[in-house]
Design a protein around this ligand. Structure first.
Ligand code: DGJ
Length: 732
């Protein structure tokens, strides 16, 4: 049983294989948080823990003191499971405005329901379960009697991943409108502040760099107000013990299955208590809940590890790869692809593409992706988004004819779209100038010369579903790159009433998810790859629809060490698109060796992004070799357990081990930044092998015992700039 209810003490114990999440009901009214961390089987009486709420120095008088017989209880210090603003003056999990203008909500415990498995969330992506999984869920109902408001907290325990997912449903049972202003998906009151907070931050071409700082008093965290999860911050935070390492100590991951505006904060109080909140960004958000209506929050997925940060990552990887990603490509080997964007930019034409395709076929590549520039009159980024019809002057055989020619060469064919956007210079805009997000009477700010189609409107979503479906059914298309290249500004439309304008960004996400569900289920054989100016929307929400996402527009092998390590803190290696591109690199101008570009790209969803017709025979041979090597791995790297042996954030060398579940295959990618004269050896110690088994390294044929590789390691001398080696071990 994953969820145990102790009826005598009114304690809920949600147990994964190695963790417990414990809540209790005190005074028959308040749902309090007791423990999240190492597994506990014995649950003491929760009143022992209430001492926590006594010394409230400086706080307001106890809310219920005297007239409800609650003694020393004080909401301002009580570790509440789902706090509202009013008597508790910390950052609330929930905030709403009522028809009388007040905004205080008093949520008291009402009841619970435990059930097997996991229910889906209306219109939102979420982790799912399958027949045979040990998952159990619990709904705990909190109720405001005066305002007739139900707040349902739903938890699902996914024991095998040491994960607990949380979400919230708000139901208006009154006969008045209620304006929701903040509905967090998860909220936890930790009883101390001895943690580091890790966030994934960056910018375009520099996404998801790891930053780790100790918690301090006050509110700290990350957010997005961009209408997308964004390049700047990722909807993920981790709290880890001050002494935690990859293999030691506690780590708590919080990951939001959502692709729009989010916030993730930790507030440390005067008494060192720490409240973590994560959900849709409450800034500029409101949602009018009419009588009888329900609002569904996105899901937050928490993973706890008592054996270090690495284990937390591996659990996220396994869960997101197998219980968030869906469809045909979840479990099957994906084709090695070549994307022609950096080869031709906007100058694609049939002749160039076919020439690249011929070379690609020769080196064993399996799929060619035609990127931006194939539609409307698209010769630059200043027109045609929305006009999803082929640019005949460039591609006289049409998409159908081109796809056929590519297929005849022996490759599959893939196509780029940016369906959420509209160019002011497009037939679509001329026909529907009101279909973009805009505020009447104000200018329409351009980002990359484009506006955003208003996916909060059903007719716009329906139009795009039809337009994309028409192209996909017109030709032999096996892959779609779904791009999105600007963030929201001047948010508004002329359709929503004044009191609903702030719903637009969330309605947009619901519209987008509907479009993605429609297209991915209508074209189940198509491999969809997400993209947002590189990795500007690399989040679990997108992974529900796209099993892979282009990790960054920066394909420089050295920058990718940071990006791919940061990405893999939470996201599986199988989800991160990684390509070998030309040198000097188009983003940073760096020249790295081809083998290093290959080795680094092989630690993601492998592909190419360069003009093969411009390479020498020698280079083509190296590439042929790389493709063969990668194909020989199959999914052994992308689906393996990842061990971070050396971090590029901590030194000159990065080393990652990819170990099969059976421990019979281990690949170790080692790469260095700068070369060091007379370089001392770095010893790369592998992890979690079978100690007394023999492992044969594929290139050298040398045989090592597992315990030797773990305790002494393999020597690597970082003597040349940007060098790397991929060691591959097979268990004898
Ligand atoms: C941004 C993407 O990240 C690139 O890979 C490329 O598809 C361009 N857009 C095309 O405009």
């Amino acid at each position: 049983m994953a969820i145990i209810y102790d009826e005598v003490n009114k304690i809920f114990n949600l147990q994964t294989e190695n963790s417990s999440y414990i809540m209790g009901v005190v005074y028959d009214k308040y749902l309090v948080h007791i423990h999240y961390g190492k597994k506990l089987n014995y649950t003491a009486n929760v009143s022992d823990m209430l001492g926590f709420s006594v010394n409230r120095g400086g706080s307001i008088s106890p809310f219920d003191y005297g007239n409800e017989g609650l003694g020393n209880i004080c909401l301002d210090t009580l570790p509440q499971e789902y706090a509202t603003y009013g008597s508790d003056l910390r950052e609330p999990a929930f905030h709403a405005e009522y028809s009388d203008g007040t905004s205080y909500t008093k949520l008291l415990y009402k009841g619970y329901r435990i059930y097997k498995g996991k229910e889906s969330i209306k219109g939102l992506p979420a982790v799912y379960t399958e027949e045979g999984d040990k998952a159990e869920s619990i709904e705990i109902e909190l109720y405001d009697e005066l305002k007739k408001l139900t707040v349902m907290l739903t938890y699902t325990v996914l024991p095998e991943f040491d994960a607990i997912s949380r979400r919230v449903t708000v139901i208006n049972n009154s006969d008045c409108d209620i304006k929701l202003k903040k509905v967090m998906s998860t909220a936890i009151d930790f009883n101390n502040d001895k943690y580091n907070m890790t966030t994934l931050n960056g910018s375009w071409a520099r996404e998801r760099h790891i930053e780790r700082v100790p918690l301090h008093k006050g509110v700290q965290g990350v957010d997005s107000k961009r209408g997308a999860s964004g390049h700047r911050h990722n909807p993920f935070i981790m709290l880890s013990g001050l002494d935690a390492t990859e293999d030691y100590g506690e780590a708590y991951g919080f990951s939001l299955v959502y692709s729009g505006n989010f916030e993730a904060t930790a507030e440390v109080e005067y008494n060192n208590a720490t409240r973590v909140l994560m959900g849709i960004n409450s800034f500029d958000f409101s949602w009018l809940l009419a009588p009888g209506e329900a609002f569904y929050s996105p899901e937050a997925v928490m993973v706890y590890s008592s054996t270090g940060i690495g284990e937390m990552s591996r659990n996220y990887h396994k869960m997101y790869r197998t219980r968030l990603c869906r469809g045909k490509y979840r479990d099957s080997v994906r084709p090695v692809l070549i994307n022609v964007w950096e080869a031709v930019y906007f100058t694609c034409n049939e002749e160039k593409i076919l020439a690249i395709a011929e070379k690609a076929k020769d080196v064993g590549i399996e799929l060619l992706v035609l990127d931006d520039g194939w539609f409307g009159k698209r010769d630059s980024d200043n027109c045609s988004l929305g006009d999803w019809v082929v640019y005949k002057e460039k591609l006289p055989s049409g998409i159908d004819g081109l796809a056929k020619k590519i297929n005849d060469i022996g490759l599959k064919f893939g196509l780029w779209f940016e369906p959420e956007m509209i160019s002011p210079d497009s037939d679509l805009y001329r026909a529907h100038p009101d279909w973009c997000i805009h505020i009447k009477g104000r200018g329409r700010g351009l980002g990359r010369q484009q506006l955003i189609l208003d996916f909060s409107r059903d007719e716009v979503c329906d139009y795009i579903i039809d337009a994309v479906a028409k192209v996909l059914s017109s030709a032999s298309i096996s892959y779609v790159k779904w791009d999105m290249n600007r963030n929201m500004s001047e948010i508004g439309n002329e359709v929503l009433t004044a009191d609903r304008q702030r719903e637009l960004p969330h309605r947009y996400m619901l519209g987008l998810y509907r479009v993605l569900e429609a297209l991915t289920s209508r074209f189940p054989d198509v491999l969809f790859e997400g993209c947002a100016g590189g990795g500007g929307r690399f989040d679990p929400g997108m992974l529900y629809y796209f099993p892979q996402i282009w990790a960054s527009d920066d394909s420089d092998a050295i920058e990718r060490l940071y990006i791919q390590e940061g990405t893999a803190l939470v996201y599986p290696v199988s989800t991160a698109g990684a390509h070998v591109s030309a040198v000097p690199n188009h983003q940073v101008g760096r020249t790295t060796p081809l083998h290093t570009r290959g080795n680094v790209a092989m630690t993601g969803q492998f592909g190419y992004e360069l003009d093969l017709t411009k390479l020498s025979e020698d280079e083509l041979n190296v590439i042929k070799n790389q493709v063969e090597t990668y194909k020989a791995f199959g999914t052994k790297i992308t689906d393996a357990a990842l061990y971070r042996l050396k971090s590029p954030f901590c030194g000159n060398v990065a080393a990652w081990e990819f170990l099969s579940d059976e421990k019979d295959f281990a690949a170790v990618m080692v790469a260095n930044k700068l070369g060091i004269p007379s370089a001392p050896n770095e010893f790369i110690k592998l992890k979690n092998l079978v100690p007394d088994a023999e492992y044969r390294e594929r290139t050298t044929g040398k045989v090592y015992r597992g315990e030797f590789l773990e305790t002494v390691g393999i020597a690597y001398a970082p003597s040349r700039d940007f060098n790397s080696v991929m060691f591959v071990f097979d268990k004898n």
